[in-house]
Design a protein around this ligand. Structure first.
Ligand SMILES: O=C(O)C(=O)C[C@H](O)[C@H](O)COP(=O)(O)O
Length: 198
């Protein structure tokens, strides 16, 4: 499970990180949708007890900044050759978004075999991944977008699914309300729903 985080205030990064670690999910994809994103990545990277990556990385410059801030992986909504190049040169894993067979082939051409399947639910969910995985046997998918606890097991039943990205455990209203205990509780529930320890 990969929590997809949108932070408006980088000062919330540390308590959020604490809540995720307590919940048993020491990882976060912090999106660069907000101006606070880079500072939040730096704050979480500085904790040392969780793996932080950057999401919504749209340009090569953003990729450079994210890596400099401490991002250990980079996620993009679609396939962006310049972002992929920057990450590969920096030795940082990059996961491009792919919604079609063509985009998967672009990722493979770039030497990548893990893609974010985005937006997963809207694209047809597990049935679509199953169909795409048939010709691309070496590809692993991280479905993200619209995934709720109710459908997690449908995705995780597929061998081609490497992980699931989702935001419900770190919902923006919980962060805005600084409801860290609720974030920990939802994170724990997400771990259990994904077959992890209670
Ligand atoms: O900003 C991006 O590039 C993203 O990563 C979009 C995220 O994948 C979704 O926001 C997460 O999906 P939900 O769980 O439906 O919220």
């Amino acid at each position: 499970m990969l929590p997809v985080v949108v932070l408006d205030d980088a000062r919330q990064a540390d308590p959020l990180g604490e809540a995720l670690v307590k919940g048993g999910l020491p990882a976060a994809e912090v999106t660069l949708r907000t101006a606070a994103g880079l500072d939040a990545i730096a704050a979480l990277a500085g904790r040392g007890d969780l793996t932080v990556g950057a999401g919504t990385v749209l340009t090569a410059e953003q990729a450079e900044r994210a890596v400099a801030a401490g991002a250990r992986f980079v996620v993009t909504p679609g396939f962006a050759p310049n972002v992929v190049r920057v990450c590969q040169e920096a030795g940082v894993p990059v996961v491009p978004g792919a919604a079609t067979a063509t985009e998967i082939q672009m990722a493979l051409d770039a030497g990548l075999n893990v893609v974010k399947f985005f937006p997963a639910q809207q694209l047809g969910g597990p049935a679509m991944i199953k169909a795409l995985a048939a010709p691309f046997r070496e590809v692993r998918f991280i479905p993200t977008g619209g995934i709720t606890p109710a459908v997690i097991t449908d995705y995780l039943a597929l061998p081609a699914v490497l992980a699931i990205g989702a935001s419900w455990m770190v919902a923006p209203e919980l962060i805005a309300g600084e409801q860290w205990d609720e974030i920990t509780a939802r994170t724990r529930a997400a771990v259990v729903a994904a077959g992890g320890p209670a």
